[in-house]
Design a protein around this ligand. Structure first.
Ligand code: DQA
Length: 150
């Protein structure tokens, strides 16, 4: 384990299908490509990354609970659960960690059911609409937040 502050980057359902999933909306990069980008950026920022994905709401809740004692912050793309999950909202609130909400697309330009987020209220801020580069922006923002808090 490294001594660097750890950022949990959590990805929700269907994000394991990036690359083949609606590339016109989500781009051609795979989640593995994005993970590798995140490790590179984190190294530049003096952070370490725990990069995870799950298709299961309860598993995402457990990962957030485990981060409470381990991580310095959470970047989360809750995917479809953004718009439905009180359980993820509650877990993020309970974590007491700085949270950044992240989306590849801009949900506000899409169907109306994507305009509601249960995560925004428990996040320091949100990044949406910049594709995979949003993950780099998220790490930059988290780096700043953690510097300010230390
Ligand atoms: C998403 C947007 C959500 O509305 C959608 O359900 C996703 C991905 C995004 O990254 O743009 O699965 O979170």
């Amino acid at each position: 384990m490294s001594d660097l502050p750890e950022v949990l980057i959590l990805n929700g359902p269907n994000l394991n299908m990036l690359g083949v999933r609606e590339p016109a909306i989500y781009g051609h990069e795979t989640l593995a490509d994005i993970e590798s980008m995140c490790h590179d950026r984190a190294a530049d920022l003096g952070l370490s990354v725990d990069f995870r994905q799950s298709n299961f709401e309860g598993e995402l809740v457990s990962m957030i609970q485990q981060a409470r004692d381990r991580a310095a912050g959470i970047i989360i793309n809750p995917a479809g659960y953004t718009h439905t999950s009180v359980a993820i909202h509650d877990a993020l609130k309970l974590s007491d960690l700085p949270v950044i909400e992240l989306h590849l697309s801009n949900p506000h330009q899409r169907e109306s059911f994507r305009h509601i987020s249960y995560v925004t209220a428990v996040a320091k801020g949100s990044i949406a609409g910049f594709g995979s580069h949003g993950y780099v922006l998220g790490l930059d923002a988290m780096g700043r937040l953690l510097e300010r808090d230390s």
